[in-house]
Design a protein around this ligand. Sequence first.
Ligand code: M6R
Length: 593
Amino acid sequence: MCGIFAYKGSKKNATELVIQGLKKLEYRGYDSWGVAYKTDSKINVYKEVGKIGSFDLQNAEGKIDFSLPCSLAVGHSRWATHGGVTVENAHPHLSSDNSIAIVHNGIIENYAELKKDLINKGYKFKSETDTEVIVHLIHDNIKLGLTDAVKKAIGYLHGRYAVLVISKDENILIAARRGSPLIVGSGEKEFFIASDIPAFLEYTRKVMYLDDNQMVVINDRPEFFDLETGKQIEKRIVEINWDAKEAEKGEFPHFMIKEIMEQKETISRAINQDEDKILKIAEAIKKAYGTYLIGCGTAGKVCLAGSYLFAKIAKRHVNSAFGSEFPSLQDFITDKSLMIAVSQSGETADTLEAIEVAKKKNAKVLSIINVEGSSMDRMSDYSINIKAGPEKAVASTKATTSQLAILTLLAYAVAGKLDEGKILLVEAASKINDMLNPRYEERIKTLAEKIMNHESMYVIGKGLNYPMALESAIKLQEVSYIHAEGFAGGELKHGPIALISKDTPCIAIVANDETKHEILGNAMEVKARGGYIIGVSPENNEIFDFWIKVPDAGNASPIVNIIPVQLLAYQLAVLRKNNPDMPRNLAKSVTVK
Ligand code: M6R
């Protein structure tokens, strides 16, 4: 949440570079944006409400002065937490004398006390944000010099933050982190700092990760410090193997549809893992006394699907919970437990907190992530990279199916049937490749046109596909803004069936397995009350008012069955004139609690 981008180097168009970098981070927050840039000995700031994507660099006259050479700038794209969506609350925030500018991602939990103290000292606040206390704290200590003033100010903060600081008096860029991501990109006589790697990938693939409680001061070169000991630390440069083009939309109108279509290849990439590593992890799962799958949102639904997959394929009980709920379950955790954290970004605050809880109990942690070098990757005893490539649409699609593929593979490995699992998934990948053709898209669009004006819809599933009913509902809610809910088919008669009236759309996910007859029976119950049944199934059935054909993928059915619903959510968003890549109120990578 919130995108941060900064440039310090030999180029003279830092402001432009920062705006371009921020445009690539817009998926992290799009309530407002702003830049602070240093020219001669002055800090200039420009901010506005709305998405940075629509800002035209060619028509910036009167807003930003690009004529002055500038080699140091910071920018921010905001997802509002403290304070409404206004220009005053947009970042960067300035000290009262305009000498220091900062941008921040995270939440300062003790900002109210700090603000009170600063007001007593005579500081005047222009915004309602928690962030503004940081800039005044730095100013309050500026006699120490900028670097030490930042260190001192950081010492007062409770909570999670990624902060970037520049000042009119020193030609340095400072960043500090606790809990929110920051990565330093190292180019030819130039450095970038961003919340996510794709933002600077076109300039460099060499990165250095800033860890929690660390600070970097960039002058001609970066110097890293441990904020707890004050000692300087050495950082390893890591070479990233993502291709900059992978993070672009290319010929597609939106990232969401591009990422849905990429599922033709991503499953095969996901399962192409080092076999010894998978077997070693399978042993750790077998040995563990209590295994917990933890994730949030869509990743949380994938975790629930994992419980079903392990039960069915490996005959093993594996628990699952949302990251935000896990601290309440921690009393079950011991040093013999294993946590499997599932996260696309590897930076979700609630999941990170769950990992911290598990680590405190000396439990082992396995992360299933899409971002190499992310916080979760680095905190874990083992990691599996799903290799889906950058996922930029807020609604997760390709990462979801790749996470499901990895959990399926692990379940087979635990059952001692890794080869069988691989064959199943290779076949599923090839079936998805055949399924995602223009005719298929057209058919889903026809359905979207039929149901686009409904206020509510429901999704039912059973067994392996119950979690997919829940995931379908998230997808539909997120981008279509239609009220959607997922249920276990058998639960309908215990209450939710009261919500069905004439023509209420109800998607029934019907896998060709032992659950088939019961879930068809549940769909029949909905139909008998006037519901409009959309069957997602390998075979047509007289109950269905509209049939979406999916290939029969056996135990890989959750992977295959969620894809048409992703497409439906996308088509509904487009028809209802919503931006599927940047749904209202949401942001990619939820780094606040
Ligand atoms: O990066 P993560 O996988 O940890 O993100 C978890 C959720 O925030 C994420 O899945 C969210 O629910 C998506 N917007 C769903 O499409």
